[in-house]
Design a protein around this ligand. Structure first.
Ligand code: MN3
Length: 243
């Protein structure tokens, strides 16, 4: 919770008395770091405990702190839904630099929050139900999907994310894309093709460098072993059914 205090002066012209100072205190809504939802060592040996701690408790947390202070310093009420904030990032008052910073940190929060839920212990090892059909339709099967993700991830320049998205118009149509920094496919004015994020791969070195150093391919192989396809499939199903 962030307390935002504004100071005003009120003058009563009829009496000519000195202006009075009035303080207005507002409690600003702020974003919070969700618990990981499983033990930090639950994805060992694929994703190591130390990386999970740093990645969740330090990197992810820092994006949230920065996002909250940016919004509070500029007197902007944070919508309770992060998707709502992302949808109106380009129309926030203030400078381009401010909007870029909000976009960066809001993306940092949204993307990581989704990442922790889509990689998690247990769950199916391949897509199920509606997602399974859509994966066959778009990529010929899971191997085809993995190849496209790897190709997109390995050819991406610099930091970013690789995504499995569902279409905004044709919701059951899947596609793969990569974005820079913390942009995500919901940021319609900042991506080549907008979409609804179903699954994501963190391409920042902080996600793998401690364990895999520069061996990004090994990191991606390990990633496939920790994707929880039940979680991914159920996210896709909710998206398809909540039209
Ligand atoms: Mn990260």
């Amino acid at each position: 919770m962030i307390i935002h205090v504004s100071r005003f002066y009120i003058s009563d012209l009829s009496t000519g008395a000195r202006p009075r100072q009035v303080y207005i205190m507002e409690v600003m809504m702020s974003y919070r770091l969700n618990e990981l939802g499983y033990p930090y060592d639950a994805l060992e040996p694929n994703f190591d405990e130390k990386t999970m701690h740093l990645h969740h408790d330090k990197h992810h947390a820092a994006y949230i702190d920065k996002l909250n202070s940016l919004l509070a310093e500029n007197g902007i009420h944070a919508p309770s839904s992060l998707e709502e904030l992302i949808a109106k990032i380009d129309t926030l008052p203030g400078s381009d630099d401010f909007r870029s910073r909000v976009r960066f940190n809001a993306g940092g929060h949204y993307n990581h929050d989704l990442f922790w839920r889509m990689i998690s212990p247990g769950g199916a090892s391949t897509p199920v139900g509606l997602l399974s059909d859509a994966v066959v339709q778009a990529f010929g099967g899971l191997d085809g999907l993995k190849k496209q993700v790897e190709k997109s991830a390995l050819s991406h320049l610099g930091v970013g994310w690789t995504w499995l998205c569902a279409g905004l118009e044709k919701r059951d149509e899947l596609f793969i894309c990569s974005t820079s920094n913390h942009d995500n496919p919901l940021m319609v004015n900042h991506v080549q093709r907008a979409g609804y994020p179903i699954l994501l791969l963190d391409l920042w070195e902080h996600a793998y460098y401690l364990k895999y150093n520069n061996r990004k391919t090994e990191y991606i192989e390990a990633y496939w072993r920790v994707v929880n396809w039940d979680a991914v499939s159920s996210r896709f199903k909710s998206y398809i059914e909540n039209r």
